[in-house]
Design a protein around this ligand. Structure first.
Ligand SMILES: Nc1ncnc2c1ncn2[C@@H]1O[C@H](COP(=O)(O)OP(=O)(O)OP(=O)(O)O)[C@@H](O)[C@H]1O
Ligand SMILES: [Mg+2]
Length: 342
């Protein structure tokens, strides 16, 4: 028995991937499933990685089903083949992830084994160890090894990759970036198949977190970390967890573009002053950072300002200990106007 399932025409919007419902699809034992991508003409990092992860999970859940891919000879297929998209899903088409050299406009899809990173880092703090990859990825995207644009890309890659390794407890990390020079926009996406953000925050001594949606909001507050206070005392001074990574990246990206987290059963998006929430289910943690390169790279000093503002906010949060979700919402409201809840 052959079943055909169709990919969206464009792999751009998260809703188009979640509306497919492939996370709940049950295929008959022993059948053949054709993933038809022949109408697909365009893809961006978020859409491509969300689609690839969805397909990988579908394939994993159906060991007795034979999966085939159908594509059309168009520019999307060339690009996707080059960056390692089809092989990342598990189809024998194009390059394997990590093999292309990348270009001024994109990195190849990069995959990492989280246990391997931890093993290779050894005594070196994971954050420090990862800088060699965040530096390399940033260099590919901006074709420079220094300067404001380089610093900005490196910071975004590093902070979110660190989180995947330091907190996610998963096995796989995937990273993909694109820099549209003509438009002046960049997008970086990072996904890990770990426990998700909520799991790491339920036991936090400072906050009273009860569900996934609250967890995402707590995670972006300054000073809120899933790492316990005791553990934080024993961490490396420079690379220990202060609970600022997501606070800074989310605020910075939201000011110059958008920031999105999808983890467990919830998603939270900040985009130029508005906040939206979605009921999207994805095991692990997915982060999308998109920003205007020109506007943001001239404002790199803003990162330090955001950190200073965060320190002040942290002291006001602790005045309300244990922090209730309402305190979180109050803080968010000072930066973002609530748009809609889905
Ligand atoms: N990929 C992830 N998987 C699981 N939990 C995560 C992930 N990313 C973030 N978190 C949770 O969100 C918290 C806040 O993350 P954030 O980056 O802001 O702070 P931190 O990593 O604890 O400290 P810092 O970034 O300052 O080193 C983390 O401590 C962790 O509990
Ligand atoms: Mg962090």
């Amino acid at each position: 028995m052959q079943i055909k399932i169709f990919a969206p025409r464009r792999l751009v919007l998260a809703t188009h991937i979640f509306e497919l419902g492939w996370d709940k699809l049950l295929l008959p034992e022993g059948s053949e499933c054709v993933v038809d991508m022949s109408n697909c003409t365009y893809g961006e990092p978020m859409g491509m990685i969300l689609f690839a992860v969805t397909c990988r999970n579908l394939i994993k859940r159906h060991p007795s089903v034979t999966f085939k891919i159908r594509t059309a000879p168009n520019s999307f297929r060339s690009y996707a083949s080059h960056v390692g998209f089809f092989k990342y899903i598990g189809f024998d088409l194009g390059n394997a992830p990590n093999t292309a050299t990348g270009s001024r406009t994109y990195t190849p899809i990069r995959t990492f084994s989280i246990p391997k990173i931890k093993e290779l880092a050894g005594e070196v703090p994971v954050g420090k160890y990862l800088t060699k990859f965040s530096t390399e990825l940033s260099e590919v995207l901006c074709q420079a090894g220094n300067g404001d644009i380089f610093d900005l890309f490196e910071y975004c890659f590093r902070e979110v990759m660190r989180n995947a390794v330091e907190h996610g407890a998963g096995r796989n990390l995937v990273v993909f970036g694109q820099h549209w020079e003509a438009k002046g926009d960049a997008e970086i996406v990072i996904y890990d198949d770990g426990v998700g953000i909520a799991e790491t925050l339920y036991d936090n001594e400072y906050i009273d977190c009860n569900n996934g949606r609250e967890a995402l909001k707590f995670a972006i507050l300054p000073g809120i970390s899933g790492v316990s206070r005791d553990e934080r005392f024993s961490q490396d001074e420079m690379w220990g967890n202060s609970g600022f990574g997501l606070y800074v990246t989310s605020r910075f990206c939201a000011e110059y573009g958008s920031f999105r987290m999808i983890s467990g059963d919830d998603a939270l998006t900040f985009s130029r002053g508005t906040q939206s929430e979605h009921k999207w289910a994805l095991p692990g943690t997915f982060v999308q950072m998109r920003f205007s390169v020109q506007a943001s790279s001239s404002q790199i000093a803003r990162i330090n300002q955001i950190i200073e503002e965060g320190k002040l906010e942290f002291s006001s949060i602790l005045g309300d200990y244990p922090i209730q979700p309402s305190a979180a919402s109050k803080l968010l409201a000072s930066h973002f106007e609530k748009e809609h809840v889905i």
